[in-house]
Design a binder for this molecule. Sequence first.
Ligand code: BG6
Length: 490
Amino acid sequence: MALVNHTGPFDFVIFGATGDLSRRKLLPAFLRRFHAQEFSDDAQIICVARTALNTEQFREQTEAALREFAPETAQDEQTLHHFLGLLTYITLDALQPGGDWQALKTLLATNDRPRVFYLATAPALYSPLCEALARHDLINQHSRVVLEKPIGVNLETAQAINHGVGQFFPEASIYRIDHYLGKEGVQNILALRFANPMLEKLWSSEAIAHVQITAAETVGVGSRGSYYDESGALRDMVQNHLLQMLCMVAMDAPASLGSDDLRNEKLKVLNALRPMTPDMVRRNVIRGQYVAGELKRKDVPGYNDDLGTGRASNTETFVAIRTKIRTARWGHTPFYLRTGKRLATKTTEIVIQFRPQVWPIFTNMPSPGRLVIRIAPREELSLVTAVRDPGAGGFRVRNAKLSMSYENAFSVTYQDSYERLLLDAVRGDPALFIRRDEVEASWRWIEPILNSWRHAMTPLEPYRAGSWGPASTRALLARDGALWHEDMLT
Ligand code: BG6
């Protein structure tokens, strides 16, 4: 059994515990970590929601969810039942006066252990919930609050949430989650860059022609249509996950891995992003929406049919952005961000494209080398380099791939990024959570894009489900003489 860093006893309260996030992600993540003996049965997980259930009924529902979403771990019946025994359910409508707060208070009687409140609820409830926690005297110096995204829908609403929650919790106790930071492949960017000086020496516009950051999904909007249609890909993925990955790639070395050192460096990147003017949005941002197409040899409907509202939505399910970072390190390197639903394949990856040879002495130079950091579906690092082709006559050069797959190299991996992040919150390590100024800086950059779309009525470009997005996405890179990864030859 791998050595794990045991958490010690804690109290963890999930508000919105009957919701999708809790069933699919939070409780399965806890079960896996319990199975790995990262915490023991002196921990308490209190599940709170409006639905009238007793603890027995909630445990039954959770058992079914765990068998579905953590099947390999739930097979261990003894661990499963032991874990279910740590769950208590409280029916509570936080917005109604007179709810059963006393039950929660009784369960939280021990004052000296970490106490985490996880708000897996609509963001409109964040401030009222914190206010209620304070009113019922449930916040102590060991308390932390974890906020799910979205933190607002623009700068103003993000500030309002931050202000509201900030009245009851100090910033150091507010953990804004971005589950991409819990991904092994994203965290490894730090190791790759700052534990390998030879790479860091190349890490600038001098050697890097461009950077591509892609989070492509094959799924459509599923049952989340009403949320997604209000949000769109820019708010749902770019404002948080893609910008966080960009920060990891572009930031300078932090003085330490301490949470503030790390977050200060990320913040500098967000603040250095070239601001978007309406003209720049028109030239550098593509918004698309999927129409019916084919995925894995199956016909799939378009976004409007998926939504099933009977009207034509104007929400984007795809965004591609070309941007620059105004620093001495990155000034000449375009960064391309791209995300969308119903794309050709599920992949999250970062491509670092190196510059070509200045004076090529080989007549048949292949495309210049690149480093590919694949984060999903399976983490892999690969470096495409030129080698002499031993089969060819004369001196011919072609590209070959050096690669390292995590699956083959390591036996210990977390199956889901929530596993890492939930227990970081328990331990009180905020390094992989987003600080207030980061959230606000990212909205400050995103908002002009939203405004400009609204004012200029930017058309939505259709793309077939199963493709790589609207046709103009290629042209965005072609302008710089670049290709998207899937169009590159080896
Ligand atoms: C979520 C978005 O934050 O991330 C979803 O709201 C998206 O729309 C999901 O599907 C993607 O996460 P992952 O880990 O599957 O890449």
